[in-house]
Design a protein around this ligand. Structure first.
Ligand code: NAD
Ligand code: UD1
Length: 314
């Protein structure tokens, strides 16, 4: 049994990661300041985890929490492109300074490996699709830039200090517990809530932008593989499904799932947006033995069911 530290463990992806680690019998310590995460996300593992309310912007206060940790899964961040356009300073303090603090604390505590959540947003609008890790990054938002800079810090720590760090470029992750209330949440959560409430979804732009929508169980699997895979340290690896859908296609699919004929409204395109995004997952297959477990459609059905229950209970 190993001790895993999950930063951002009370968030959407983090809470799924923690549940799976607990299911596998591992020990879990969570570091989270509950800024976008919620303790309610951890209801299923209450009493089985070591929760520490702490802020990655404060190096001195997080240092002692890394004692005895074997693996760090670093997810704590402000995860929204739109939010980073509105407040680039806050996004930089959390995502870049905070990530450096996590790497420093991990190194001082002799942590075996850190796996960090990087992002597909780093590719920007390079016309070449699917996205391959060897493409030159073109960040279009402060969010993408902070995450890319975190990757580079990871490579410096690996090359210079031998600290094992893996950066996983998550594509668009969705699933249960992706905060349905936040204006900064993922588009599918926002759309599903409009279906459940009988309101109209808004598409920013013409709806022909595409994303590699990836169900959360897939990214949990890839991340836990990355903690142990011998060839992973020092690498930047895409985690997606290898397929993408436009926003207009997601509305068509939701209409089928709900048996409705909803017509979205269209608003101005969002600043900092990427146009198209599809992952090449060859490296994840080769390095991690990763294969997507849950398809987009199956994941969407599970997310609809979960949000329906959550809204009925609220
Ligand atoms: P989330 O907002 O649900 O989770 C982020 C967690 O980090 C929250 O629990 C929050 O309280 C915590 N946090 C924020 N600032 C903190 C701070 N200063 N100190 C300590 N904790 C702090 O978002 P998510 O979608 O679960 O994203 C998790 C990670 O995955 C992020 O790093 C994000 O950038 C990355 N990512 C997400 C996606 C996606 O599609 N959701 C895609 C690519 C990368
Ligand atoms: C998402 C993640 C980001 C991650 C990136 C990786 C969230 C909140 N953001 O960013 O953390 O690094 O994927 O690819 O999970 N849109 C609408 N209507 C809405 C909301 C959004 O049309 O009501 C559009 C946006 O303009 C965008 C697309 O939907 O074109 C996706 O937006 P969003 O879900 O915010 O994700 P990304 O910006 O792709």
């Amino acid at each position: 049994m190993a001790l895993y530290m999950v930063t951002g463990g009370a968030g959407f992806i983090g809470s799924h990661m923690v549940e799976e680690l607990v299911r596998r019998g591992e020990s879990v310590r969570i570091l989270d300041n509950l800024s976008t995460g919620r303790e309610a996300n951890l209801a299923a593992v209450k009493g089985k985890i070591d929760f520490r309310h702490a802020d990655i912007r404060d190096l001195a206060s997080i240092r002692p929490l890394f004692a005895g940790v074997d693996y760090v899964i670093h997810l704590a961040a402000l995860a929204s492109v739109a939010r980073s356009m509105e407040d680039p300073v806050e996004t930089t303090l959390v995502n870049l300074n905070g990530t450096l603090h996590v790497f420093l604390a991990a190194r001082e505590a002799n942590v075996k490996r850190v796996v960090m959540a990087a992002t597909a947003a780093a590719y920007g609008d390079d016309p070449a699709l699917p996205r391959v890790e060897t493409q030159t990054p073109q960040p279009l938002s402060p969010y993408a830039l902070t995450k890319l800079a975190g990757e580079y810090y990871g490579q410096i720590f690996y090359r210079s200090f031998g600290q094992e760090i893996v950066a996983l470029r998550f594509f668009n992750i969705f699933g249960p517990r992706q905060d349905p209330q936040s204006p900064y949440t993922g588009v599918l959560s926002k759309f599903i809530v409009t279906y459940l409430r009988g309101t109209t979804p808004t598409i920013f732009g013409d709806g022909e932008q595409s994303r590699d929508f990836t169900y959360v169980a897939n990214v949990v699997d890839a991340t836990l593989r990355a903690c142990l895979a011998p060839a992973a340290p020092g690498k930047v690896i895409n985690v997606g499904t290898g397929k993408s859908s436009t926003l207009n296609q997601t509305i068509t699919l939701l209409n089928t799932i709900f048996g409705l004929q909803v017509k979205p409204q269209y608003g101005p395109p969002r600043m900092g947006d990427v146009r198209h995004s599809t992952a090449d997952i060859s490296l994840a297959r080769a390095t991690l033995g990763y294969e997507p477990l849950v398809s987009f459609e199956e994941g969407l059905r599970r997310t609809v069911d979960s949000l329906r229950t959550a809204l009925a209970e609220a």
